[in-house]
Design a protein around this ligand. Sequence first.
Ligand SMILES: [Zn+2]
Length: 276
Amino acid sequence: MIQDIGAEKLNNSYIPDAVPSPGDTLFCFRGGEVLACPDMQEPFPKVADVSFSGDTVYLFSIGERRYFLCRDENPEAPEKFAYTDVKQLRRAEGAVKLHVFALFTAFHLCKWYRKSRFCGACGAETVPDSRERAMRCPGCGNITYPRIDPAVIVGVTNGDKLLLTRYARGRGVNFDALVAGFTEIGETLEQTVEREVMEEVGLRVKNIRYYKSQPWGFSGGILAGFFCDVEGGDTVTLDESELSSAIWTRREDIVGQPDDMSLTNEMMKMFRDGKV
Ligand SMILES: [Zn+2]
């Protein structure tokens, strides 16, 4: 999965007064694009590579690598670098998991900083808190913490078969997935599982069991994976606004996704290999 980056560890302690060194990585986003070069071993520019105002915010470190976010709106691309679609980089030939994980995590933080410039309570301009990662309103004292949206991924099993879905057209995804959805206020993760399965495919489930979780910064979420068994009838009633298909698939016929970044892919393969 995207977070399985070997021995190196993410350290996301907030260091408000961190000053970037020339060799630190600088993430420069423009909408859904990031400044990157075709070298997947070292795809992102260093601080010294980019001509910008110097306005940065410290993001996190992974092992010895430190990452900063460029606060300039649109710094000019240095030689060999170009603004590249964030999603595309995940599937780029030779993509390295550590870099994709750093990119998605930085993108999540970048989007939160963009949306937290003004206080949601009184509309005043916010300032970074001096002690923790939060934006503070000097007007009314409101504090905005980084937002993470919880969601579930659901492997619905039916004996030797797993329910594989395809998203409705227009979502830009054309490979197998599992039932998935965001948690609503007031419900447990298990209740999200029950509700999403009923909404998307019209099935009742039982024996809901937690598998693993995954940060998914691209959509700003934390994903919790569950397996469960179908209860009663197994005839699918599709929500066609969400899905184009949902098919009971035998273990040996499960293909998986084109890369091994997602929790969904790992869950499909665990079932295929008879490990769950
Ligand atoms: Zn305020």
